[in-house]
Design a protein around this ligand. Sequence first.
Ligand SMILES: Cc1cc2nc3c(=O)[nH]c(=O)nc-3n(C[C@H](O)[C@H](O)[C@H](O)COP(=O)(O)OP(=O)(O)OC[C@H]3O[C@@H](n4cnc5c(N)ncnc54)[C@H](O)[C@@H]3O)c2cc1C
Length: 240
Amino acid sequence: MGHGWEGVVLKLMRGKDFVFTVTGAQDVTAHCRRVHFTDGGMLAATGAHPTMWVRVWFPDAGRPHQRAYTLVDPDPAAGTFALEFALHEGPASRWASAAKPGDTVAATVQGSAFALPEPAPGRMFLIGDRASAPAINSLLTAAPEVPATVWLETQHDSDRQLPLRIRPARHQVHRLPRQDGGAHLAARVRADLPALLGDPATAYVWIACDTATTRTLAQFVRRDLAVPRSQVHAQGYWRP
Ligand SMILES: Cc1cc2nc3c(=O)[nH]c(=O)nc-3n(C[C@H](O)[C@H](O)[C@H](O)COP(=O)(O)OP(=O)(O)OC[C@H]3O[C@@H](n4cnc5c(N)ncnc54)[C@H](O)[C@@H]3O)c2cc1C
């Protein structure tokens, strides 16, 4: 598949291309669909890390559209993984809603690099929504012994049923409805976090919401709470 100028740019930046094949799909909630894939050799070549994401080229109206998605349960030995799609308007959502075994998509692995800080943080603070729930789950799984507080913004009632891989003894979850373009979530985190943070040098704060909310919260955490840059990861996942 030709990827237009976006693909040419990625090629020049030495991205790695693979073809994924759908092996099955199921609804996780009314607004989230999980699609299972074989990886076309990707994981053997790249390995896997928590929050790992790929740039997938979704065909729509005769042209490919590049969108980022997070690997769920990547298994390098089996060469399989899943993607969990938050469903809304858009080429990726449309493709996922119709995906069936045998369908293929091209993908480029580039830009995804991540490691939790060493030594392990004293506590993790994870702030996201439906789009970043797969990444939050990968962090909870990668550091199961680290206490964590999660703030998850919900857009639909069904988002409250999104499965989070929490261990109730160590993980606390706050589900908050999306209001005022993310301002409600931001206000709640601003109110809660200072009392929970402890030593900023051993805290770890991971933020992936819509771009504006992510920026607001990242500034708050770095500037107002003085959490060192090495202990903060912030990346906008979608644009309203
Ligand atoms: C590193 C990274 C990893 C990501 N991993 C995932 C993942 O695992 N699962 C996932 O679902 N998304 C994930 N995203 C977000 C996803 O790439 C975007 O939501 C993308 O815009 C979806 O493409 P689309 O073609 O469906 O919609 P687009 O064509 O991009 O947008 C169409 C319309 O839908 C709205 N929209 C887009 N995304 C959302 C959303 N999340 N919620 C509500 N409205 C939205 C837009 O504002 C627009 O009005 C990730 C993003 C990044 C940067």
